[in-house]
Design a protein around this ligand. Sequence first.
Ligand code: NDP
Length: 246
Amino acid sequence: MIENKVVVITGASSGIGSETAKLLASHGAKVVLGARREEKLQALTATINNAGGQAVYRVTDVTKPEDNQALVQLAKDTFGGIDVMFLNAGLMPNSPLSALKVEEWNRIVDVNLKGVLNGIAAALPTFKTQKSGHFIATSSVAGLKAYPGGAVYGATKWAVRDLMEVLRMEAAQEGSHIRTATIYPAAIKTELLRTITDQGVATDMKHTYDTYEITADRIAKVVAFAIDMPEDTNFNEFTVGPTDQP
Ligand code: NDP
């Protein structure tokens, strides 16, 4: 059931997070939106609320543990709890390792991996108390298949899968009944390519996306499907992308 579920979404200001917020809210979920760009969060919140849905937002940098804590607290204060934590914030400044863009490597790890850990730390205590909860993470096909230029990004996305699987297994051992899902999108039309600074990689990826990309509402449907499953059923992993993309 999606209706009345309280869903916290990181990376909600654009792309997959934004589309997921709209879809879940249209099914009666109460959505709590986090990202750094306030004007986008404000506009999305207004769109959802004006359409009869329920949304609140908080400016959130997932690299800051306290921001993740505050986002979860906003969900509890506004809607009385949290049912789903959608760990979706991410960036993809891909480059060849030999370019030694060390600051970008660190940024990818900080957002895509440590940001996910910060989100887990923020929601897990409440999920354990409730003995229920659902973590859903946006990994990537880059976490399943290596490709030149995507080493650090792929490493963080592979790590996310491991986190989701172990989290669920440990929670089961501890009697907490926490569901986890990992989603592996391929080329989805969003703002993701904007952080690439390597011109060669940017050109190649733009070509791939221009050729194949599908829209972000497809991923929103997968998230909705995972949440809608009965509580005793875990939807572990889903790879989803354009039909013709190799
Ligand atoms: P977008 O760039 O449109 O969205 C990324 C979101 O992450 C934005 O809302 C951005 O918000 C947020 N974000 C980035 N850094 C931070 C931060 N430090 N703190 C909080 N939020 C942050 O791209 P997508 O929608 O495509 O990306 C969503 C997820 O999907 C990412 O994890 C990405 O890796 C993954 N993915 C995307 C694919 C694609 O083809 N589009 C394919 C596979 C995976 P703001 O800038 O306002 O903070």
